[in-house]
Write a protein that binds this ligand. Structure first.
Ligand code: GSH
Length: 249
């Protein structure tokens, strides 16, 4: 039963940009209202469910995701994640760690934006996704692999999770789903992702609600349907052209 004091995290009914914060909230066992908005059906994928509330929530900069935490109302995915990080003492133990956490959040966001361009905006999906998997993704993966190697710790910043881990894990996982590769060249990343999946605080959530939620909106050419991680199977890209018109996420 939702308490009226608990925070509300609003977003589309997908993993997208909100899942890092959802993971953090689950990890910290924080009860929250996971307010989900649904796209309409093809071909228009209407956003009415969100648009009719968008300007009445008291958000200074109305957008999805948003977080209503008491009288604080935030949008912007990174702002929400770092707000929660500070609240739950997951933003590092000193200035240096905090700066590295922010760096990792921005770096993984760049990767997610590149993935978004493939999934939502590619005109020729097959060619663009192949180029992403063959050229762009390996550059990013090598950087994360080397970072993990240099750090030499279980998590990105030492032996305890920080806010960065929720986003880096999540966005690497989005790429894993698209890449359909075994990532054998990146043993540190593989070990890191395996350890994350086995966190007792998250295991159940990762195997249930999280696994059932698609990474992208249903207008996307890829990731609009939930894909089981274990299957490592490439989802068929959507065949319609409507996706280009409605690419919003
Ligand atoms: N820079 C923003 C981008 C937010 C954004 O693009 N939100 C998309 C979903 S991922 C949306 O549908 N927003 C609702 C709107 O534009 O009204 C963030 O990082 O949160």
């Amino acid at each position: 039963m939702a308490s009226k004091d608990q925070a509300i995290l609003g977003y589309w009914d997908i993993r997208g940009f909100a899942e890092p914060s959802r993971l953090l909230l689950h990890y910290t066992k924080t009860p929250f209202t996971n307010k989900l908005y649904h796209f309409g059906d093809a071909p228009d994928f209407k956003r009415e469910e969100w648009l009719k509330e968008k300007n009445s929530l008291g958000l200074d900069f109305p957008n999805l995701p948003y977080l209503i935490d008491g009288d604080l109302k935030l949008s912007q995915a990174k702002t929400i994640l770092t707000h929660l990080g500070r609240k739950f003492k997951l933003m590092g133990n000193n200035e240096r760690e905090t700066s590295l956490i922010e760096l990792l959040i921005d770096q993984s966001n760049d990767l997610r934006q590149e993935l978004n361009n493939v999934c939502y905006r590619a005109i020729n999906f097959d060619a663009v996704s192949k180029k992403f998997c063959d050229e762009t993704l390996p550059i990013h993966l090598k950087l994360f692999e080397d970072f993990l190697k240099r750090q030499g710790k279980k998590w990105l910043i030492g032996d305890n999770l920080t806010a960065a881990d929720f986003q880096v894990f999540e966005y690497l996982d989005h790429c894993w789903i698209l890449s359909n590769d075994n990532w054998a060249e990146y043993p540190k990343i593989l070990a890191y992702m395996k350890a994350f999946r086995e966190l007792p605080e998250l295991k159940k959530y990762l195997e249930s609600e999280h696994a059932k939620r698609p990474i992208n909106g249903k207008m996307a050419k890829f990731g609009g349907k939930a894909v089981q991680h274990e299957e490592k199977k490439k989802e068929e890209p959507a065949k319609t052209d409507e996706s280009e018109k409605s690419a919003t996420t």
